[in-house]
Design a binder for this molecule. Structure first.
Ligand SMILES: Nc1ncnc2c1ncn2[C@@H]1O[C@H](COP(=O)(O)OP(=O)(O)O)[C@@H](O)[C@H]1O
Ligand SMILES: [Mg+2]
Length: 529
């Protein structure tokens, strides 16, 4: 409890100092602010460093200097002792380490803020790596996230304009990613999913999860034999690796709709046989078939310098609402495409082009949905890694030469889509004629559209209304006949029946009776009383 209060005060104090710095530096030296934000988060430890790293990808929220300062964030935490690593593994699997492994190296191979990696050998002789989260990290992250929410609530109350930035919503979104990243079961699930997606014939692979050695804090996987991707930079084999990486992403993004979302060079290995190996599946992205199709359309339209097509794809992807003011947007997209076309091919960027299109016409409150953020981040990372491998890469040319393949993988990934595609194709063929007919109709009048409207079902409604009116009129006449019959009976005049019942009243009653019967039959036939 005392620890929570102390931590709460630490977070609140850091937030307050940042707020004061913001007010102080905003006018005089705003360029110092990004570094201040970075230093504050680094001072608060792993949870905040991770949240800061998440924020560094928010092109939709933060200007470049902030994103760069946050991207540089890393916590300088020392590796935790091997004994603790062994303790965590034994608790997770309920067995002593020697029963689990023939050998376990207590010195970590790699250590980061969330987890560290130890090498080990299974009893069957297979070499593995064991990824173990830092002791107590799950509890620490949960406690920090709770305190962060509280601090943000107080912050909103003290300074209401903060609400416009929807900080709680943002914190929850980042927290969701962070929770997934520190749960090794989630990473194992992502690895299994990706293993079913990666083409076994392609020169790109990933380690297998070693079942059943998966727990919240521990993940055991095959050990890759090779070297970090950086070791291949500048070598004669680098362009071929770039090509393999590009092929792998064409397949993941357009064909499978599931992709490794953190392809920075530190997560890539070159294996001894020259294959590329993907590591670190803390975050994967998913694209539904419609988005894949739209993304394919976007690439095709950008390559063809077709601004209208780019806008259609951007709408289909969810960057714009469907009802947009097309003409001005198309003009802006033209400008972006023209600027891109004027660059040397080695600087041309599809990620930047898509991002700039996505930003058109978006107001202050614009937030990209999480799956598109993951997509954008992945596109930027892939491009950077491709460029690091092959600085002269002609990305536009490479994509254009793969256009047929992109179309093919998109098509092959739509088993249930075929009937719809055929229907769409048929409609699409009729569409120009239909539009021409409608435009001709519009011109017949005084320039205003003169379309006649047919509403299916209106005819039967009209009939029903007419029938109801007739029945009401009949009911009123019948009522009138009953009333006149009664009045004639009271004031008997003229010839009578049975001594006192006037004939006129009898006729009125009979007529009323017949009409009543008619009404009852009509109503009972219609089934509605
Ligand atoms: N299966 C593996 N075989 C060999 N080395 C690995 C394997 N998985 C990860 N590594 C190494 O450990 C480092 C950290 O692993 P990673 O999963 O990326 O952890 P983090 O989430 O901390 O970035 C990687 O950069 C890679 O060098
Ligand atoms: Mg990593």
């Amino acid at each position: 409890m005392r620890g929570t209060v102390r931590r709460g005060l630490q977070i609140a104090w850091a937030a307050l100092r940042l707020g004061v710095d913001f007010l102080r530096l905003r006018r005089r030296t705003p360029e110092q602010l990004p570094a201040r934000v970075g230093a504050t988060l680094a001072g608060l430890g792993t949870t905040f460093v991770k949240l800061g790293q998440g924020l560094s990808l928010r092109w939709d929220l933060l200007p470049a200097p902030y994103r760069e300062a946050l991207a540089r964030l890393h916590s300088n935490v020392p590796p935790f002792p091997g004994d603790q690593a062994i303790g965590t593994v034994e608790r997770a699997f309920g067995q002593p380490i020697e029963r689990l492994f023939a050998h376990f190296d207590g010195i970590p191979l790699a250590a980061a803020s969330v987890a560290q990696i130890h090498t080990a050998r299974l009893h069957d002789g297979r070499d593995v790596v064991v990824k173990i989260t830092r002791p107590g990290i799950q509890a620490q992250v949960e406690a920090d996230l709770r305190l962060l929410r509280r601090t943000l609530r107080i912050g909103q109350w003290l300074w209401p304009p903060l609400k416009r930035q929807r900080p709680l919503e943002l914190a929850d979104e980042l927290a969701g990613f962070l929770r997934n990243e520190i749960d090794m079961r989630h990473e194992a699930q992502n690895m299994r999913r990706m293993a079913s997606v990666i083409d076994p014939l392609a020169p790109v692979t990933l380690p297998h999860v070693i079942d059943p050695f998966v727990a919240h804090e521990v993940l055991v996987q095959e050990r890759s034999r090779g070297a970090h991707l950086e070791s291949a930079y500048g070598t004669p084999g680098a362009p071929a690796l770039a090509s393999a990486l590009l092929d792998a992403y064409v397949h993941q993004l357009f064909g499978a709709g599931v992709f490794h979302a953190d392809p920075h060079p530190g997560n890539l290995f070159v294996l001894q046989d020259g294959c590329l190996c993907l590591h670190d599946f803390g975050s994967i992205g998913v694209l539904d078939p419609a988005s894949r199709l739209a993304l394919g359309g976007m690439v095709e339209a950008i390559a063809a310098d077709d601004a209208e097509g780019v806008l259609d794809a951007a709408i289909a992807l969810g960057f714009f609402p469907p009802q947009v003011e097309r003409r001005s947007h198309v003009r802006e997209i033209h400008l972006i495409l023209a600027e891109m076309a004027s660059r040397p091919l080695a600087q041309w960027s599809i990620a930047e082009a898509i991002w700039r299109v996505a930003r058109i016409g978006q107001g202050e409150a614009f937030r990209l949905p999480p799956h598109l953020l993951v997509l954008m981040r992945t596109l930027f990372l892939v491009e950077n890694t491709l460029r690091a491998l092959d600085p002269d890469l002609d990305l536009l040319g490479s994509l254009t030469s793969r256009a047929a393949e992109i179309a093919q993988v998109i098509d092959a990934s739509r088993p249930a889509g075929r009937p719809l595609t055929l229907r769409l194709a048929r409609t699409a063929r009729q569409l120009p004629q239909l539009v021409a007919d409608l435009l001709r109709q519009a011109q017949l009048s005084d320039g205003r559209p003169a379309f006649s409207v047919h509403h299916h079902g209106l005819h039967s409604t009209q009939e029903a209304l007419a029938r109801t009116g007739n029945r009401l009129a009949l009911a009123l006449v019948t009522l009138g006949l009953y009333v006149s019959g009664a009045l004639l009976t009271l004031h008997a005049q003229g010839p009578t029946l049975l001594g006192h019942l006037p004939w006129l009243a009898v006729i009125a009653f009979v007529a009323a009776g017949v009409l009543s019967l008619r009404l009852v039959i009509a109503i009972s036939r219609s089934g509605h009383l």
